[in-house]
Design a protein around this ligand. Sequence first.
Ligand code: HEC
Ligand code: HEC
Length: 371
Amino acid sequence: MTPISARRFGRFAVCLTIIFLAASLPSHTQEQTSDAKTAARQFKNVLVLKDIPADQLIPTMQFIGGALGVDCEFCHVEHAMDKDDKKEKQTARKMIEMELAINKAHFKNEIEVTCYTCHRGSPHPVGIPILTANGGKMPEPEHHEINAQESLPSADQILDKYLAAVGGADALHTIKTRIQKGTVNAMGQQYPIEIYSKAPEKRLSISHPSFGESVTAFNGQAGWLTTPRGVHPMNSAEQQSARIDAQIYLPARIRELYQEFKVLPGETIESHATYLVTAKGASTPSLRMFFDKQTGLLLRMIRYTETPLGRNPFQVDYGDYRDASGLKLPYQWTLTRTNGSFTIRIDSVTQNIPIDEKLFVMPAIPETPHP
Ligand code: HEC
Ligand code: HEC
């Protein structure tokens, strides 16, 4: 992971605004996804991706940015995303057409070839093999050697051990609320965060970065993000992701939320040997979980969200597990996306203190004029 500049941190605020401006769907229509508005109806100048659901456009843009290792402004004029002034944007539009055409002609219209297949995190794909001592081989992070010697436990055994390791189902279900206070470490900046959770699946975090208070919330039905610039309802992909993060009883509920479990040898994470459990969800995106072979605890979770051009990966690394009223909780976790990562360190945890329901009421979203 390359270090992220302060300039880029500033852009985070800008990007949030862009996302906010893009989200002109009023909250009560958020439930609909299939018959929701198309991108062409919501945005001014979408010519190729015109028929995708409007709320898929920004996740698709995030995919493109991650695949090329660039910011939004590589293609866009700031504050005028509809303009075609930059030749990079014009090239990108042709590339989107190319990706769709390749997959249609050669891969039964499945998303096999993506921007990342060629670009590998750079705007400039390399077409000539690079001469190196190892014969020009690229590292293959997705590849897991199956060691014939190793006999793997079943997914049930691994998930049972995980549940036992965090304290067991009974201890888990005694928890009704949790308040965590700590510090966010993002792109060289540090600022406080408070996280309010209520069983089974409500969660609201308030952080205080330099550009002002920011809230991320999910109340069991809807999710939203609030910054000093306004409220942005989560799109369906963000909402699915927030629902998983909000599960107080996650260690006991994984087998309800996901299906089709597979076990593979996992990579070593900070000198801990792991088992990898993969799972698929019916309405939830697919998932990879890495469990510590020794302690049974969850060390890493990678989730994927689908976009029309490829999948966006999102990784959470859990660490510093400590006791909190009979449970083992991670006191540190790092969230990584293609555009950077940030770490949350928890200093204090209090559980089963009443939390006012009002906290989880979604603020009214002013209806923004349609472009
Ligand atoms: C590699 C180039 C590229 C990058 C990087 C990129 N975009 Fe785009 N963006 C495009 C292209 C091309 C279109 C038009 C797609 C079409 O015509 O189907 C577009 C369209 C859009 C639109 C629709 C604007 C309108 O009203 O017509 C928005 C909003 C947008 N992008 C936001 C973003 C955001 C936010 C980011 C960063 C997360 C981003 N884009 C990154 C190439 C890019
Ligand atoms: C089949 C391989 C392939 C795929 C797939 C692909 N590209 Fe490219 N792309 C290239 C090559 C090769 C170049 C460089 C051409 C050159 O060097 O002049 C390029 C150049 C570009 C550039 C111009 C970069 C610059 O600095 O001017 C953009 C922008 C771009 N691609 C965006 C995308 C996007 C967005 C996607 C996915 C929708 C994508 N590409 C998918 C091969 C690909």
